[in-house]
Design a protein around this ligand. Structure first.
Ligand SMILES: *[C@@H]1O[C@H](CO)[C@@H](O)[C@H](O)[C@H]1NC(C)=O
Ligand SMILES: *[C@@H]1O[C@H](CO)[C@@H](O)[C@H](O)[C@H]1NC(C)=O
Ligand SMILES: *[C@@H]1O[C@H](CO)[C@@H](O)[C@H](O)[C@H]1NC(C)=O
Ligand SMILES: *[C@@H]1O[C@H](CO)[C@@H](O)[C@H](O)[C@H]1NC(C)=O
Length: 358
């Protein structure tokens, strides 16, 4: 059988899927890399074909809709920045590697950190795409005008630009889920189930956090007429809620045939909800440098001697203790307002103790 008849017998897309499954970089490169190049400010020059590791469905979305590439990058970037913000005080602080592997070896294991990463990047894409719809930056979508002009029972009127989260969700599902769906079809792996579920958690949280924003009209703001529209949450808030979900995430059994099952047999009856993050593997303690697992360790991290949270020297330094350095801190102080119009300050010097993990 020559190659052309091979292509005829098998749909060419299947061949591409097969090539993808066999390709050496499949586990190393993902669409998440777009977030890294966006952080580096180099995404403007990218075209769909420049991005390694996109699966055929993702390439199609990108080629049908080239301007969406910027949104996807922006979404991944928001996810990464917010992950680093939410984890800034933790032993694992969401470091990225800067190359195609993005989160390095961390994503190889299905830990709760992996769960958080999938959820927040999936939510990031919903957020960025939906905002772009409202801004008129995408040809495929606009504001959600489905209820525009309708009167609500509470007396106000739908107006303004309601954020079109339906499109954002559809987009995230189509694009972000694609690699997992393909792999799941070929291998029925619990990791793909886990990733798909956590992608969905990111989207569910986005939907839950949509809120109503209103504006008053009428004589000097009398609110005789009020118009309202559905609005996206700030991404900071999404990160905050997902971090709480991370803290309560549920460990699932490796053998989850059709539906996900809790690992804890005594709680099997309690359903796993669509906003519960799930994980398969226990997390390492992230205390010591381990190249093979992508762990940087906490030596040299600055910690807080007097706090009791995760940033405390006790927890962050894993019991190894800490070094104290006295750091000179210069600031403007005793500022006076002099009529008119000057502010005069002195410079004050304070010495502060700075602790870093041994
Ligand atoms: C990616 O970067 C990390 C650390 O920055 C490095 O350890 C790893 O070998 C790199 N991987 C590749 C494929 O270049
Ligand atoms: C819309 O596109 C403009 C120009 O490319 C960009 O500056 C702006 O940030 C985009 N807005 C959103 C919400 O994506
Ligand atoms: C994260 O931790 C690594 C070492 O564990 C450190 O080098 C890096 O500066 C930290 N990043 C932030 C944003 O604190
Ligand atoms: C350290 O923790 C204490 C108690 O939580 C807090 O009052 C203080 O502002 C923290 N210091 C720094 C530098 O964050």
């Amino acid at each position: 059988m020559d190659f052309t008849s091979f292509l005829c017998r098998y749909h060419w897309k299947r061949v591409l899927v097969l090539l993808w499954i066999l390709s050496p970089w499949k586990s190393a490169a993902t669409w998440m890399y777009l977030g890294v190049s966006s952080l580096a400010g180099s995404v403007q020059d990218n075209t769909c074909n420049d991005v390694p590791g996109l699966v055929i469905q993702q390439l199609e979305v990108c080629q049908d809709n080239p301007e969406s590439l910027l949104c996807i990058s922006e979404g991944a970037k928001r996810g990464i920045i917010e992950c680093q913000n939410q984890f800034r005080n933790e032993r694992w602080n969401c470091t990225i590697s800067g190359n195609y592997s993005v989160f390095g070896e961390v994503l190889r294991k299905g830990t709760r950190e992996t769960a958080f990463i999938y959820a927040i990047l999936s939510a990031g894409v919903v957020h960025a795409v939906t905002q772009s719809c409202s801004a008129g930056n995408l040809t495929e979508c606009t504001c959600d005008m489905s209820r525009y002009g309708e009167h609500d029972i509470d007396g106000w009127k739908w107006g303004g630009c309601s954020d079109n989260i339906k499109y954002g969700i559809w987009f995230s599902k189509t694009f972000v889920d694609a690699p997992e769906v393909i792999q799941h079809q070929s291998s029925r792996n619990v990791r793909n189930k886990m990733n798909l579920h956590n992608n969905e958690v990111g989207r569910t949280i986005m939907t839950q956090l949509m809120s109503l924003r209103c504006r008053c009209h009428g004589v000097s703001g009398s609110c005789a007429v009020k118009t309202c529209w559905r609005s996206l949450p700030s991404f900071r808030k999404v990160g905050f809620v997902l971090k709480r979900r991370y803290e309560k995430s549920i460990r699932i059994a490796r053998r989850s045939r059709k539906r996900l099952r809790r690992r804890d047999k005594t709680k099997r009856q309690v359903t796993i909800k669509s906003d519960d993050l799930v994980y398969v593997h226990r997390s390492p303690n992230y205390c010591r440098y381990d190249d093979t697992k992508g762990i940087l360790g906490t030596i040299g991290r600055s910690c807080n001697k007097s706090s009791t949270g995760p940033e405390s020297c006790d927890l962050l330094c894993c019991g190894r203790g800490y070094d104290t350095q006295v750091v000179r801190y210069v600031d403007r102080c005793h500022c006076k307002f002099i009529w008119c119009c000057q502010v005069k300050c002195k410079t004050c010097e304070t010495m502060i103790d700075k602790q870093t993990c041994k």
